[in-house]
Design a protein around this ligand. Structure first.
Ligand code: PGA
Length: 254
């Protein structure tokens, strides 16, 4: 696992965008796995400030969506992606994929989502955030580390964390569709970003703690090509921090 620490989220996001740029330069038809949440927004903005990048041939797959919310609902991840990625980067409807949380048969929708990922050739680069409970996508603690796209029930703490995304008085959904941990691990490359002191404890567990379904993000320890980009506060509880800095500072001497 490559661990890189930047002074602040803007600098971390510029570096994250560099990883996306490297991929697009090599592979204009890249398949990107996309995340929602506060963490990747600056990375998406940074990409939209790079006019030399050509997004016309990419395909995207989002990690998750709420069950029961129509795509036009302002708190849906469809809506989030339109605002923060698809519209600014002029991604066309045939290019993007988000699980349909309103599908009549949710299990069939999940299976077809997996088939669409396979048919696209698989995800080249999966962008991830991490929840305070260690979830990636919406794979909550005790998720199977081999899980596939499926319906998940959110924990009470995740429902609370999601509340700020909803108009006051509206109860956030309890159920979601999410790619599984196993689905995420099949991406060829993974880029996870985490910012802020409040993420420092779970970040340390993900990188340095035991592999456990209680911290689904720890499954990334099994993946051969993961880059974690942190700001200083999120990195503050890593015991091997000096080593990670040394590895990165001397990366180009190998
Ligand atoms: P955040 O969410 O980026 O808003 O912190 C991350 C997550 O819950 O996966």
């Amino acid at each position: 696992m490559e661990v890189i620490v930047r002074a602040n989220p803007p600098q971390a996001s510029v570096l994250g965008a560099d990883y996306v740029e490297q991929l697009l330069t090599k592979k204009p038809k890249a398949v990107l796995g996309l995340a929602t949440g506060r963490t990747p927004v600056r990375l998406y903005q940074e990409l939209s400030r790079r006019p030399h990048l050509d997004f016309r041939q990419i395909t995207t797959f989002n990690l998750d969506e709420y069950v029961g919310l129509p795509p036009e609902h302002p708190s849906s991840y469809h809506c989030f992606m339109q605002q923060n990625f698809f519209r600014p980067l002029e991604i066309q409807p045939h290019q993007w994929n988000i699980p349909d949380g309103q599908a009549a048969d949710l299990e069939q929708e999940c299976q077809e989502y997996e088939e669409r990922i396979q048919a696209s050739g698989g995800i080249d680069l999966q962008i991830l955030g991490i929840g305070h409970d260690g979830h990636i996508g919406f794979n909550e603690p005790t998720s199977s580390l081999r899980s596939r796209t499926r319906v998940k029930t959110l924990t009470a703490s995740t429902v609370e964390a999601n509340r700020s995304e909803f108009p006051s008085g509206q109860e956030p959904p309890l159920h979601v569709l999410t790619m599984g941990v196993g689905t995420i691990l099949e991406a060829r490359q993974i880029l996870l970003m985490a910012f802020g002191e409040s993420k420092s404890e779970i970040v340390a567990k993900m990188i340095e703690g035991p592999l456990t379904a209680m911290v689904p993000a720890s499954a990334l320890q099994l993946h051969p090509k993961v880059t974690v980009i942190l700001d200083e506060p999120a990195a503050s509880r890593l015991t091997m921090l000096e080593y990670y800095r040394q590895v990165y500072d001397h990366k180009n001497e190998r």
